[in-house]
Design a protein around this ligand. Structure first.
Ligand code: SAH
Length: 256
């Protein structure tokens, strides 16, 4: 899958991409990520990318022409991209479903805003406007990395073991179950009670059916506690529906 990212701070994108799963996927050429410096698409001696807003007011606005030229160059090189994403706090809230949709495309362009944002006319060439949450950042670089990371790990071959992606939080509308690793008994200070230092017995039992059921129960219980809103859209199997009914019954008894 190919990504083109347009930014005035290429280093903010390139450095994080060198490490971890994404770095390896780029090395193995499963991902092709091109970072473009918006200043390379200016025509003036000072390589100016911003200008004052018409109508006055504080801050600067990213000029439209360099962004258009950057898009033209990407199109000339790779054909018209299936998605041109503008990062913006005014966009549609980014979710795992949105990440999944984008991961099915061969080529995605991400535009990073700065200052007060981009000239409104740029939106004519944008297919998707995405916000990563209801807060304002100083630039689109972190949002572009968030989108890139979430999308890329859904591309086959990027994450080593595909099963881990399938079981992640949100992938079926549930939060993930709790994870433990060695040691089985933790005597470290700071634990409220000794029992809190022990890995749940069932995980050590070797009984795979019991482990599977325990994990389903924990995932459902967590989702019910922390994000009950997710359950409406969750894809549950018969066993999970049964466990959920039981959890809800227990809760209403406790509440009553
Ligand atoms: N004045 C603008 C905010 C500009 S913030 C407004 O109120 O809409 C500068 C840039 O940071 C934006 O152009 C966008 O690219 C990026 N950005 C800031 N917050 C973001 C968010 N929550 N999601 C995605 N991009 C964001």
């Amino acid at each position: 899958m190919r990504f083109d990212i347009v930014t005035i701070f290429p280093a903010m994108i390139e450095q994080p991409l060198a490490a971890g799963i994404l770095g390896r996927a780029i090395e193995r050429r499963v991902l092709d990520v091109r970072v473009h410096d918006l200043r390379d698409f200016t025509t003036d001696r000072h390589r100016v990318v911003d200008d004052m807003p018409y109508g006055g007011g504080p801050g600067m606005v990213l000029k439209p022409e360099p962004l258009f030229r950057a898009l033209d160059a990407i199109e000339a090189d790779a054909g018209r991209p299936r998605a041109v994403v503008l990062t913006s706090p005014q966009g549609v809230r980014f979710t795992q479903d949105e990440a999944r949709r984008l991961s099915g495309l061969p080529h995605v362009v991400l535009l990073c805003g700065r200052y007060e944002g981009v000239d409104e006319r740029v939106r004519a060439r944008v297919t998707d406007e995405i916000s990563i949450g209801d807060y304002v950042l100083s630039g689109g670089e972190l949002p572009a990395l968030v989108v890139l990371d979430a999308v890329a790990r859904l591309v086959p071959g990027v994450v080593g073991d595909e099963r881990s992606v399938v079981e992640d939080s949100f992938s079926r509308g549930l939060l993930d179950f709790p994870q433990y690793t060695r040691p089985a008994e933790l005597t470290a200070a700071g634990l409220a009670e000794p029992a809190a230092g022990r890995v749940p017995e069932v995980l050590l039992s070797g009984n795979h059916a019991a482990i599977r059921r325990w994990r389903k129960r924990e995932a459902l219980s967590r989702t019910l506690d922390r994000r009950p809103d997710l359950l409406a859209g969750a894809e549950l199997d018969a066993e999970e529906r049964e466990i959920l009914r039981e959890l809800e019954r227990l809760r209403s008894e406790r509440g009553a």
